[in-house]
Design a protein around this ligand. Structure first.
Ligand SMILES: O=C(CO)[C@H](O)[C@H](O)COP(=O)(O)O
Length: 230
């Protein structure tokens, strides 16, 4: 599994994150995703807030909440603003049909709710995230009580389940919602909509990391340019 939260700067992620921040205008309510690419979007929005941009934001994780607070973005909640103008978030893999896999940061349940609440859902990523077809493992947020059952069901559909362990703690990763994450390797996902429906039906799976509701993808390139897939 790739290391999370690299300390080094990524020009590709930065280019994508900042370009997507340009979509945000005065008066908007914005969903802020999680991860190192979205961190550039949040930083850019914070910079523009300092210059007078007037927005409200709904966060998707502890990480994005802290970043938004540090940069001076005013927060709101889905309870107060259930309809967002735009959500901007990262991805672990993106296919040619704009289907994505998310949840590398174990935040995909809230990220999915926020993305579904938004009028426009934009994904930001570097070019390493693109693949003709999805073949990345699919993170499943799972009730701890259902860990064994869900693992069995992943095996039954031909997959390989792996409980995600914490990097600097003995034991599993615990999500912001108090659940476990099972990373399900399913090989090449021929039909993301069908696989998403199958995973949604497994009792004990709170949410899976396949997103089929992306409107645009901003891909940052090594030369600093950004390709928009829509
Ligand atoms: O889904 C996510 C968190 O749950 C992230 O958006 C995804 O893992 C991409 O992260 P990064 O921008 O750091 O590569």
């Amino acid at each position: 599994m790739k290391e999370r939260n690299p300390t080094g700067e990524s020009p590709e992620k930065k280019a994508a994150g900042i370009a997507a921040a340009d979509l945000v205008q005065d008066g908007m309510v914005v969903g802020l995703g999680t991860g190192s690419t979205t961190a550039y979007t949040i930083a850019e929005l914070g910079r523009r807030v300092d210059e007078g941009l007037d927005i409200l934001a709904v966060v998707t994780s502890y990480q994005s909440e802290m970043l938004a607070i540090q940069t001076g973005i005013t927060l709101t909640s889905l309870a107060e603003h259930p309809n967002l103008d735009i959500a901007i978030d990262g991805a672990d893999q993106i296919d040619k049909g704009l289907n994505v896999i998310k949840g590398g940061g174990a935040a995909h349940t809230r990220e999915k709710v926020v993305s579904r609440s938004a009028e426009r859902f934009v994904v930001v990523a570097d070019e390493s995230k693109y693949s003709e077809q999805l073949n990345h493992y699919v993170p499943l947020e799972v009730l701890p009580y259902a860990k064994e059952y869900v693992s069995q069901q992943v095996c039954r559909i031909g997959g390989k389940p792996e409980l995600r362990l914490a990097a600097r703690k003995d034991g599993p990763v615990i999500t912001d919602n108090g659940n476990f994450v099972i990373d399900a390797s399913l090989g090449t996902i021929e039909n993301p909509v069908v696989t998403a429906a199958i995973l949604s039906q497994v009792a004990g799976v709170v949410e899976h990391g396949i997103f089929t509701n992306v409107d645009e993808v901003y891909i940052g390139k090594k030369d600093g340019s950004v390709e928009i897939m829509a």
